[in-house]
Write a protein that binds this ligand. Sequence first.
Ligand SMILES: C[S@@+](CC[C@H](N)C(=O)[O-])C[C@H]1O[C@@H](n2cnc3c(N)ncnc32)[C@H](O)[C@@H]1O
Length: 253
Amino acid sequence: MTEDEAIRRLRAAGCVFAEDEAAVLTGVAAGGPELAALVERRCAGEPLEQVVGFADFGGVRVRLRPGVFVPRLRSELLVEVAVEEAGRHPAPLVVDLCCGSGALGLAVREKVSGVCLHVADLDPAAVACAEENLGENVHRGDLFDALPAELTGRIDVLLANVPYVATRHIPFLPAEARDHEPRTALDGGDDGLTVFRAVLAGAGTWLAPGGLLLSEVTEAQVEAAIAAVAGNGLTPAVVTDDDRDARVITARR
Ligand SMILES: C[S@@+](CC[C@H](N)C(=O)[O-])C[C@H]1O[C@@H](n2cnc3c(N)ncnc32)[C@H](O)[C@@H]1O
């Protein structure tokens, strides 16, 4: 398959950015037969990042695997807030809980010197992917259960881009997410805040005094998220970026 043929095939499958995507796919394919195989995966609805095996996020190139959550552009706001916070410490301990590919932690580690980074996820595919991206301090398990005990009470910056889609909204997600990202990466329970509340419940114990938890929420969740933070004895704040349709709730110990 040639690049022109790839453009035509992608267009016929309804791909809006057929030229751009054909260029990316051509760039990674070793030859015509491989390009044809990649184009077919994309036409079947697999996210481009999973097909090519990487995503460019927050200034870093992150390796991705099929079935691993694709980091979203809006989550760069989480990275920006985390970088600012981590930059206040000479040797910050940063944890990326619910790390998926490890994209957020990797981006922070690239931007702030002296960072000690630990990441964790429940999903073995995500953990394997994060290991490829980060090399060390990658843990598997349920939220804080995954972390080494010696991090207790020492975390300066706790990134937790948890699943936060309300269960009833899952059917309305784009097919790329519904069909190619695990439900555990998306479903945040009744109001989308179930996993966030579980993180909050442990945050007071795991954060250092003055440490900061950061999580992404939707506009509709902001009020309930603020109440949940305050209810756990932490100090809430919200950072918003309308251009990226991004909202970060922070909770300071
Ligand atoms: C929305 S994705 C975010 C991934 C990554 N932080 C990012 O922004 O690209 C949520 C991640 O949380 C993980 N996850 C869900 N429930 C979890 C739990 N109880 N403990 C640890 N990880 C969990 C999923 O496997 C998934 O990788």
